[in-house]
Design a binder for this molecule. Structure first.
Ligand code: GLN
Ligand code: ZN
Length: 746
C-alpha cells in the first residue's frame, strides 16, 4: 500500500502567530524560553494538522529560515556574528536581520538575503570562510524527533542536501564552494549516524538544484557526494522539486540512495521509464499534489493515472505534494468572505494533506471502474477566455522621435528629479484604512483622508523642488493587492498569508478567471493630485508581469495568456490616465526578473511574453506621453536585451547598492532611452550626503549621455518616515541643482 508523506508545512500558524512571537521577542517582551515554548506549540499544532500522514517530516519548521538553520546545524556562523555575541539564539537572529533598532543585543551586519529558487520565499545566504570548519549542532533536531514521537508520530528528518547548500553559499575566498565538499560531507555523515542511532529509518534530503542546469563538475560532485553518504547508516530519500530533472534524471536514477522524490506532475511523460529504472528495493516518492498552486487536485483522475504504478510498486510507492507546502497558505477554512464558487475550487496546505489521504483511499478501492466514473464532475467548469483583440506592441514612433516630442510637451530641466512612487505609509494611514475596512470610517471620510494625504504629499514635493511629482500611493496597502481588489477575475484572500522571509508574510491575490478592468482604478486620485500642481504628476500602475508573478494563477490557461489579459486591463487604465490629462505614466515591473524560469532554455520564451505584456500595456499612448518603468534590482545579467525591448521612455532601477555594472552593460548594448539609476538606498535610514550624491551623478554621466539621466532614489519611500524621506530627497535635489549649476558655468 502506498505511503503518504509531506515535504514541508507552513510555519507561520493559522493567524501568523510566529510573526507575533518573533516580533515580541525582538522587542524584548518575551524571553528566549517563552519564544521557544510558543514556537514549539505552534509546530506541534502543525503536526496535528498532518496527522493522517504515515510519517511526518521534522526539521521543516524554522524560527526564521531553513537555510540559516542548516548553517547553524553545521556550525557555519560568520566570524563577525560570533564576535558580536556568544549566545546562539542572538547569533541566529543577528545573522538573519543584522542589528536593528529593536534587536536585543550587539551590532553586526545581517547575512545577504535572496530568493529561494523561483519562489517568493527568501533565504539567508550561507557564508563560507576561507578554511571554513564545520561542527555539528544537532541537539535541536534530535529534540524535535523525540517530541514528534512523543506526540505519536513516525518522524522523518528533513535536511537540505549538501550540494544544494554549497551551491547557495558564497565563499569568502571567492573559491568554488565545492572545495568545501569533503569537510561538509564529514558532518553530514556524522549527523546521519546520530539519526540512525536514534532509530530514524528515513531521512529526506532535499536537492532542488537537480531541477536547474548543472555543469559537468556539479554532476560529478553529486556522484561523489552520494557515494560518500551511502557509507553512512540510514535510508536517504533524495528529494527534488521545482520542475523537471531533464538531463539530471539519468544522474539521479544512478545515485546510491534508498529512495527518490520527483515532481510527478512535471514528469508525467517520463514516469513509466522512471519506474522501470528503479533499483530493486528503491522507493519512488511521487509529488502528485501541486505544492505551488492553490487549486484542488482532480483526485479520481490522479488515482486512475497512478493505479498501474501503485500495482507495480506497492509499498515502494510514496505519495506527496510536489514540493514543500511552505509556498501556499495554511487553510481554506479561514476564507469566509469569498463566494463558494471560488472557495470550492481552492486547496491550501491543510486541504492538500487531506487530498493525499483521499488519494490513498481511492487507490485502495478494488473497483477501479467506479473510481473512473467519479472522475466526471470533479473537473472544474471550463473557464471562458474572451478574445480581447489582437495585441498592439509598438509605440507610434521610435524613441528618438518620442524624446523630442516629450521634451517639447513636458519642458523638464536637465537632471530631472523624481521619485519611484510611494511616500511614507504612516501609522495614521494604516489606522485610517483599518477603520474604513471595519466600517468605522465611512467611504467618504476615508476618501477625504486620502485626499488630504495626497495634498500634503504634493505640497512637500513642491517645497523640496522635485520636478516630476507623484501622488504618493497613500491609498495602496500593496502594489499588487490594490489592483487585485479592483480587477475582475482576481480574488483577495482574507487570511491567505505565505511566508516571504522570517516574520514577513505576503498575501498573494488569486487569479481565478478572465481578468478584466471594470472601472477606472487610479484616475480620480491621480487627476486630483495633478489638479493641485502645475508640475507634471506621474501616474502609477503595477505592470502585468508583476501582478502575475506575485499572485496565485489559474492553471487552465498558460501564464502568457494570463499576462496578456492583465496587460489589456492595464492598457485601458494607461489610456484612461492619458485621456484625463496625465502626461507621464509609470508601469512598475518590480517582479519581472523573479519570474524567470530556472532553466536557461525556458527563459527566452518567458522574457518574450513578459516583455510583450509590458509593451501591450504601455504602447497605446501618444508620442508625447512619457512611459516610465521601475525595477527594484540592478542585476540585469541575462535580461539586458529584454529590458531594452520593453522600450520604456524612462527606466528607473536600483543602482545605489550594487554599483555600476548595469550602467556599463546598458552602455555596451547601446541603450538610447532614458534611465534613472537609483542614487541612494532607500532601505537604509541614513541620510545621504549631498556631495556624495553629486559625485555619483557625475559617475553616472561617465557611462551614459547626460540627457539620458534622471535623478531618483532606488525604490519607493513607503517604509521610511516623512522626516527621513524629506531630508534624503532634499539632499538629492540639492545635488541635482549643484550639478546643473556646474554644467551651466563649466
Ligand atoms: N511604485 C512602487 C513604490 O514606490 C514601486 C515599488 C517597488 O518597486 N517594489 O512603492
Ligand atoms: Zn523598487
Amino acid at each position: 500500500m502506498a505511503k503518504i508523506h509531506n515535504l514541508g508545512f507552513p510555519r507561520i500558524g493559522p493567524d501568523r502567530e510566529l510573526k507575533r512571537h518573533l516580533e515580541s521577542y525582538w522587542r524584548g517582551e518575551i524571553t528566549d524560553n517563552e519564544l521557544a515554548g510558543r514556537s514549539e506549540s505552534l509546530w506541534l499544532q502543525n503536526l496535528q494538522r498532518q496527522a493522517c500522514l504515515d510519517v511526518v517530516q521534522v526539521g521543516d519548521f524554522s524560527l526564521y529560515d531553513h537555510v540559516l538553520d542548516t548553517s547553524f546545524l553545521f556550525g557555519v556562523v560568520p566570524e563577525r556574528i560570533q564576535r558580536a555575541t556568544e549566545d546562539p539564539l542572538q547569533q541566529y537572529f543577528l545573522n538573519a536581520r543584522g542589528s536593528s533598532a529593536d534587536a536585543v543585543c550587539c551590532a553586526a551586519n545581517a547575512g545577504e538575503m535572496t530568493k529561494w529558487f523561483n519562489t517568493n520565499y527568501h533565504y539567508i545566504v550561507p557564508e563560507l570562510a576561507a578554511g571554513q570548519t564545520f561542527r555539528l549542532n544537532a541537539q535541536s533536531l534530535l529534540h524535535q524527533i523525540t517530541l514528534t514521537r512523543q506526540a505519536g508520530f513516525d518522524a522523518k528528518p528533513v535536511l537540505l542536501g549538501p550540494l544544494t547548500y554549497l551551491s547557495l553559499a558564497k565563499c569568502e575566498d571567492g573559491l568554488n564552494a565545492l572545495t568545501h565538499v569533503d569537510n561538509l560531507l564529514r558532518v553530514y555523515k556524522e549527523l546521519l549516524s546520530l539519526l540512525a542511532q536514534k532509530g530514524v529509518e528515513w531521512v529526506q534530503i532535499d536537492e532542488p538544484i537537480l531541477c536547474t542546469d548543472l555543469s559537468a563538475e556539479w554532476k560529478m560532485a553529486f556522484r561523489y557526494a552520494y557515494e560518500v553518504l551511502s557509507q553512512a547508516p540510514g535510508k536517504l530519500l533524495l528529494t527534488t522539486y521545482f520542475g523537471k530533472l531533464q538531463d539530471n534524471l539519468a544522474l539521479i536514477t544512478t545515485l546510491p540512495v534508498a529512495g527518490i522524490h520527483i515532481d510527478a506532475i512535471a514528469h508525467r511523460q517520463e514516469l513509466p521509464a522512471i519506474v522501470e529504472s528503479l533499483a530493486d528495493e528503491q522507493v519512488l516518492s511521487l509529488g502528485v499534489i501541486d505544492g505551488r498552486n492553490v487549486w484542488r487536485a482532480p483526485l479520481a483522475q490522479t488515482a486512475n493515472w497512478l493505479r498501474p504504478f501503485h500495482d507495480k510498486l506497492q509499498h515502494r510507492l510514496w505519495l506527496a505534494p510536489t514540493c514543500s507546502l511552505l509556498h501556499v497558505p495554511l487553510s481554506v477554512k479561514a476564507e469566509t468572505t469569498l463566494p463558494d464558487a471560488i472557495t470550492s475550487r481552492l486547496a491550501f496546505a491543510e486541504e492538500k494533506i487531506d487530498e493525499l489521504a483521499g488519494l490513498r483511499t481511492l487507490l485502495q478501492r478494488d473497483n477501479p471502474e467506479q473510481v473512473a466514473s467519479e472522475q466526471e464532475g470533479e473537473v472544474s467548469p471550463p473557464l471562458l477566455i474572451e478574445d480581447a483583440g489582437a495585441p498592439v506592441l509598438f509605440r507610434e514612433a521610435p524613441y528618438a522621435s518620442r524624446r523630442t516630442a516629450q521634451a517639447k510637451a513636458l519642458n523638464l530641466p536637465s537632471w530631472t528629479t523624481t521619485t519611484i512612487g510611494s511616500f511614507p505609509q504612516t501609522p495614521a494611514i494604516r489606522h485610517a484604512r483599518a477603520q474604513w475596512r471595519k466600517g468605522q470610517l465611512s467611504h467618504a471620510e476615508y476618501l477625504q483622508f486620502i485626499k488630504d494625504q495626497i495634498a500634503d504629499c504634493i505640497k512637500t514635493q513642491e517645497q523640496l523642488g522635485l520636478d516630476v511629482l507623484v501622488h504618493g500611493e497613500a491609498e495602496r496597502n500593496d502594489m499588487v493587492e490594490f489592483f487585485g481588489e479592483l480587477l475582475d477575475g482576481v480574488a483577495i484572500l482574507k487570511n491567505g498569508w505565505v511566508q516571504s522571509y522570517g516574520s514577513r508574510c505576503v498575501k498573494p491575490p488569486v487569479i481565478y478567471g478572465d481578468v478584466k478592468r471594470v472601472a477606472p482604478m487610479t484616475v480620480a486620485l491621480t487627476t486630483y493630485a495633478q489638479s493641485l500642481t502645475s508640475k507634471p504628476v506621474k501616474g502609477m500602475l503595477t505592470g502585468p508581469v508583476t501582478i502575475l508573478n506575485w499572485s496565485f494563477v489559474r492553471d487552465d490557461i498558460s501564464q502568457a495568456q494570463v499576462a496578456q489579459q492583465l496587460a489589456f486591463a492595464i492598457r485601458e487604465e494607461v489610456l484612461a490616465l492619458e485621456d484625463a490629462g496625465i502626461r507621464i505614466i509609470q508601469v512598475d515591473e518590480a517582479a519581472l526578473r523573479e519570474g524567470m524560469p530556472l532553466r536557461q532554455a525556458e527563459a527566452d520564451d518567458y522574457l518574450n511574453w513578459a516583455v510583450n505584456a509590458f509593451r501591450l500595456a504601455t504602447s497605446g499612448v501618444r508620442n508625447e506621453t512619457q512611459i516610465h518603468t521601475h525595477m527594484c534590482y540592478s542585476d540585469f545579467n541575462n535580461i539586458i536585451g529584454a529590458i531594452m525591448n520593453m522600450d520604456a521612455d524612462v527606466l528607473t532601477i536600483e543602482a545605489a547598492r550594487s554599483g555600476l555594472k548595469v550602467l556599463s552593460a546598458l552602455k555596451d548594448h547601446g541603450y538610447q532611452n532614458s534611465i534613472g539609476p537609483g542614487i541612494y538606498d532607500i532601505h537604509s535610514p541614513a541620510i545621504p550626503d549631498e556631495s556624495v550624491l553629486a559625485k555619483r551623478l557625475h559617475t553616472f554621466a561617465s557611462f551614459l549621455e547626460q540627457q539620458q539621466l534622471w535623478v531618483n532614489p532606488d525604490c519607493g519611500l513607503k517604509t521610511r518616515s516623512w522626516q527621513e524621506a524629506s531630508r534624503a530627497l532634499g539632499a538629492m535635489v540639492n545635488a541635482a541643482n549643484n550639478v546643473r549649476k556646474l554644467a551651466a558655468t563649466g
